[in-house]
Design a protein. Structure first.
Length: 218
């Protein structure tokens, strides 16, 4: 099943509650929350207090994407803030296996994200412990960049490896997803699509979500 996770990075931050509710009304199952520390990536966004404030106003699954140097150190803040799925980067300073186990010990789902330069095989040792793989289809740090089609062999290789292991795990693609790129991502094995600029800022969120889903399934 194809799922859409709208990235609030492209939302109106002065009215995040209404933005999140409008997306919920558009029928998406989850909300993508991009946390950036100005160190792991060259940009700052928001942290746990914003997520905690939004939590009571949204029934969506909170998909928290940590683009921070030491996710293990701050994990508890995001658990307490109401994250449901916590994704961290393989390229961060935290030991991946330990971080995955810490997330799951808190009863949360664990995701592992790979920057464009990281090969799919770097995720191999962790595949049996994960709930989600995230293939970055842009260099993390900013919304509104163009989709890197050359990441498709990575998505395909991960999907093939999961099939080989008999695992039906979610593969998320993050960055540059729009009706024009969604189909390629799905054809190569992704089933969760993060989309910021292709959804927020559009006049009608329901129509934008529908258009993206239709394009993905075409
Ligand atoms: C990039 C973020 C993405 C970003 C996607 O570092 O991880 O989630 O918000 O934005 P769009 O869909 O505009 O490329
Ligand atoms: Zn993201």
């Amino acid at each position: 099943m194809i799922k859409i996770s709208p990235s609030v990075l492209a939302a109106d931050f002065s009215d995040l509650r209404r933005e999140a509710q409008a997306m919920e009304n558009a029928g998406v199952p989850m909300l993508h929350l991009d946390v950036m520390d100005g160190h792991f990536v060259p940009n700052l966004s928001f942290g746990a207090p914003v997520i905690r404030s939004l939590r009571p106003y949204s029934g969506l699954l909170f998909d928290v994407h940590l683009m921070i140097s030491d996710p293990l150190r701050y994990l508890d803040d995001y658990v307490k803030a109401g994250a449901d799925l916590i994704t961290f980067h393989l390229e961060s300073d935290s030991e991946p296996g330990e971080t995955i186990r810490a997330i799951r010990a808190k009863g949360k789902k664990a995701g592992l994200a790979l920057k464009p330069a990281t090969p799919w095989s770097a995720a191999e040792p962790y595949l049996d412990e994960l709930d989600m793989l995230v293939v970055m289809t842009v260099e993390p740090g900013f919304g509104g960049q163009s989709f890197m089609e050359d990441m498709m062999p990575k998505v395909r290789a991960l999907r093939q490896e999961l099939i080989r292991r008999g695992k039906d795990m979610d593969i998320m693609v993050d960055g540059g997803i729009a009706p024009s790129t969604a189909k390629t991502a799905v054809q190569n094995g992704a089933n969760v699509l993060v989309a910021g600029s292709a959804l927020f800022g559009k006049p009608d969120y329901s129509a934008a979500v529908r258009e993206l889903l239709l394009a993905a399934q075409a």
